[in-house]
Design a protein around this ligand. Structure first.
Ligand code: EPS
Length: 388
């Protein structure tokens, strides 16, 4: 809803990625290390491509922070693309000395053809450079700022991989905290070690076949106060905002909240979460959380749970049939270094997008120009809820 405003700029092999974040109150402790830890997590994962060996993403906080604390002014963050060094003469703002070879063989599933048609370019590099998932490094940096604010409010966001290449993990019987800890230690951000081993086999087999695999990840937010979002208008409902945030991630084709698609098949009595009252704690309790923490577009105090489905990456070594956009002849789609599977990385980006969306909803509800003011408002509201 625009209480937290942010934009990224940057091409995959351009000199730098840039992110600007506006709306964070003053007085939030923020160090480059807070951002770098999540940038490093995004670069991990079995099945990543050669790019991850070249880049070790580190943020430079160029504005909006003084002496380790936010100023309330726009925060500017810069990430260097180390790989840019090998793209001189092909990427960069200055006119090229000689025209580089244009990329004319669009990859089915990538933005190449649709973007080429839209922007009237026959060098599809003009499109793919920005469409690349490299941009998610900048989103991860923005998400890290949002996470810092959320942690002051007592909200923790984590993700884990639910399936890859048709192999599904089971987390039944595990607490959210256990899932978070096991996933944090896994190469695939997966909380089921048996499934993780089979997922690696699926990635390995796809790699051998020159192919790619997708999957599903789940993002969980703990400690979310009830009452974020709104029931009154389509664009203020938090479930819709979360879905938009998740589907905007590269290669994500679907998102669900709570039981999502499965909720469409059961009866109402199977789907809805009963309401109880805990007299000792003086609070409402929900023995189940099929709604994923959202009812009517508003958080209900249960953990917020969303899932996103990522299609297999569109850059295949065993290239798919395509058409040269200049000659109109049938060709193999272009292949450049890529990932075989980036679902674990996407789960970190999913954490970032959910954190950004929740941070926006928190700023919308509690406002405040300083963290002191914001946290006072949060405390007052929590006391009000307790007295309800
Ligand atoms: C990525 C950087 C990209 C790709 C990948 C993700 O770098 P490069 O194109 O130089 O290898 O590895 O992007 C895609 C798979 C894609 O389809 O755009 C990253 O930083 O995550």
């Amino acid at each position: 809803m625009g209480h937290l405003r942010w934009l990224t700029a940057g091409e995959s092999h351009g000199p730098k990625l840039v992110a600007t974040v506006e709306g964070i109150p003053s007085g939030l402790p923020l160090l480059a290390a807070h951002v770098d830890q999540h940038l490093a997590r995004r670069q991990r994962g079995y099945g990543r491509g050669g790019r991850m060996k070249i880049e070790t993403d580190r943020v430079e906080i160029a504005a909006g922070v003084r002496n380790g604390r936010t100023l309330g002014s726009p925060i500017a963050m810069i990430l260097e693309n180390k790989d840019h060094a090998s793209w001189h003469g092909r990427m960069g703002a200055a006119p090229f000395a000689a025209p580089p070879e244009p990329l004319t063989r669009p990859r089915p599933g990538h933005a190449d053809l649709a973007g080429g048609l839209k922007h009237d370019t026959r060098d599809l590099r003009d499109i793919l450079e920005r469409a690349s998932a490299r941009e998610t490094a900048a989103r991860t940096a923005v998400g890290a700022v949002a996470r810092r604010l959320l942690s002051e409010v007592g909200v923790d966001v984590f993700a884990h991989v639910v399936s890859i290449g048709g192999v599904t993990a089971t987390t039944a019987g595990r607490s959210h905290e256990e899932v978070r800890e096991i996933a944090r230690g896994s190469d695939l951000a997966c909380a089921d070690p048996t499934a993780e081993a089979r997922m690696k086999e699926a990635i390995h087999a796809a790699s051998h076949a020159g192919d790619t695999v997708g999957g599903v990840f789940e993002v969980v937010a703990l400690g979310v106060p009830p009452g974020l979002g709104s029931h009154v208008h389509w664009d203020r409902k938090l479930d819709g905002r979360l879905a938009q945030a998740l589907v905007s991630i590269h290669a994500v084709k679907a998102a669900e909240i709570g039981d999502g698609w499965a909720a469409a098949t059961g009866r109402g009595s199977d789907v809805h979460d009963a309401i109880g009252w805990d007299a000792a704690a003086h609070g409402f309790v929900r023995p189940t959380n099929r709604a994923g923490g959202l009812e009517g577009g508003v958080t209900n105090g249960s953990p917020v749970i969303c899932r996103a489905a990522m299609k297999p990456i569109a850059t295949l070594r065993r290239a798919l049939p395509s058409v040269d956009v200049v000659t109109k002849e049938p060709v193999d789609a272009a292949f450049e270094r890529s990932d075989v599977c980036a679902v674990a990385a996407a789960s970190v980006v999913g954490e970032a997008m959910v954190a950004i969306t929740l941070c926006d909803a928190i700023l919308e509800k509690f406002g405040g120009d300083s963290m002191v003011e914001l946290l006072r408002n949060v405390r007052g509201y929590r006391a009000q809820i307790h007295a309800y």
